[in-house]
Design a protein around this ligand. Structure first.
Ligand SMILES: [Zn+2]
Length: 436
């Protein structure tokens, strides 16, 4: 069994009851009524966490390209992603989330911080994403992307959807008491697109919702220079300063990317204990530059930004990108960054998701990893980066229940893929319609 933080490599048996680890020891004797699962020769570890993703982009895989190649980051948004999100209806949202969540589970990712946008189907959209996650059995922290890009009426619908979702989550958590609050697998945040598509009035409304529901903000920050330039030219401020002025930075807030932030802005965010989600695969794909990850200190986590939810792959990409950029990039740094995703999730769910010790939530993955070299606490990061991968994920348990067993979910996966392909075909037709 291994844990990332604290780094532990040991032989141990676990007893799981009511969604929690209740005992851990080498040589635990089964008690009457226990179901015994033999994992000898396999590696158990806590489930991995994706700190920033967009499940709605799952059905974009293989989609026809835009009418012309985007010339820059803003055009990537305008010609691809903002057209795709406008084409989403209930069916497309559901199958995107269902397929994305299933793939996440099969990759050993047990919790997603999702950032959702569907301007043609706003009200109830987070319930649809939540329903898909519940069907798979994954943990999810969901938000709706508030933005001014569709005008004030759509902005207000986004605010309303956020309020409804946060209220519904509060009710579910209250209903789950006195059982463990960690057994309620969905949470919410206030979602916002980015400074360059949000007026002061909209940021003020986001801040009010955060206070009302004691929630964090989930927003893209300085992903491309265009966000930084916009804040400077319109407001004479840095993007972080602008968020800070609206009281949007707190220990629950997730700032995705931070690629083009200067030292002063990074310090302001770190001092407010906000989190940075680093998405190396997405940054390379969009050619937006390399985020100053080392300066995020102990407040960085890893995300995929919608490019799947394979955190083994993303950790390796983060390491390789750092090496290629001649930055200090040690395997151990990335092991700790990956582990911090579990810390972020633990804070969101109010239950330990890192230690697999008595009292921890039973969110864990079982890998068919037969280490061909000695595996120790000291070289665990080397095994993680150069040896382990999502293809070795054999089984996945969330809240004490198998959601993947022997590489299979309980769903008819062939039928699900077939339905998803049909939904994708309809989505792509709407995406390619002239004027969409
Ligand atoms: Zn994103």
């Amino acid at each position: 069994m291994i844990t990332l933080d604290p780094a532990v490599v040991e032989r141990a048996d676990l007893r799981i009851q009511d969604g929690q680890v209740v005992a851990r020891a080498n040589g635990l004797e089964p008690q009457a009524g226990d179901e015994v699962v033999d994992v000898r020769g396999k590696v158990l570890m806590p489930g991995l966490v994706c700190g920033h993703t967009h499940l709605y982009s799952t059905l974009a895989r293989g989609m026809p390209g835009p009418e012309r190649p985007p010339a820059n980051f803003k055009e990537i948004l305008e010609l691809v992603w903002w057209r795709l999100d406008r084409a989403l209806d209930r069916e497309a949202i559901y199958y995107s989330a269902l397929v994305g969540a299933l793939e996440a589970a099969k990759a050993g990712t047990t919790c997603l911080f999702d950032h959702h946008s569907s301007p043609s189907f706003i009200k109830g959209s987070l319930e649809v994403v939540g329903e898909a996650l519940e069907t798979i059995g994954l943990r999810g922290v969901l938000c709706y992307e508030i933005t001014d890009r569709g005008g004030p009426a759509l902005r207000d619908e986004g605010l309303e959807e956020t309020g409804l979702w946060l209220k519904s989550i509060k009710r579910r958590i209250d209903d789950a008491r006195p059982m463990s609050v960690g057994s309620q697998l969905l949470r919410g945040m206030v979602g916002a697109h980015a400074s360059f598509t949000l007026s002061d009035e909209s940021l003020h409304s986001c801040s009010a919702l955060m206070r009302q529901y004691d929630a964090g903000l989930h927003i893209h920050v300085a992903e491309d220079l265009c966000d930084v330039d916009d804040a400077h030219s319109k407001y004479g401020l840095g993007t972080i300063q602008r968020l800070s002025n609206h009281d949007l930075l707190n220990h629950r807030t997730i700032l995705a990317h931070g690629t083009h932030l200067d030292d002063r802005e990074i310090r302001m965010a770190v001092d407010a204990r906000a989190w940075f989600a680093h998405n190396p695969g997405s940054n390379m794909n969009n050619q937006v530059g390399y985020a100053p990850v080392a300066r995020f200190g102990d407040r960085s986590v890893l995300g995929t930004d919608g490019m799947g939810a394979d955190m083994f792959e993303q950790t390796r990409l983060a390491f390789l990108k750092g090496r290629d950029a001649h930055r200090s990039s040690a395997t151990g740094d990335w092991l700790r960054t990956l582990a911090r995703g579990q810390q972020l999730a633990a804070e969101s769910f109010g239950v330990d998701l890192q230690a697999l010790a008595p009292g921890s939530a039973a969110d864990l993955i079982i890998l068919n990893y037969h280490a061909p070299t000695p595996l120790t606490v000291e070289n665990l990061a080397g095994h993680l980066i150069f040896g382990m991968s999502s293809s070795l994920v054999d089984s996945v348990i969330v809240n004490g229940k198998f959601i993947i067993k022997d590489r299979q979910s309980a769903l008819d996966e062939e039928e699900l893929s077939s339905k998803a392909r049909e939904a994708a075909g309809r989505l792509w037709r709407r995406f390619t319609e002239p004027g969409s």
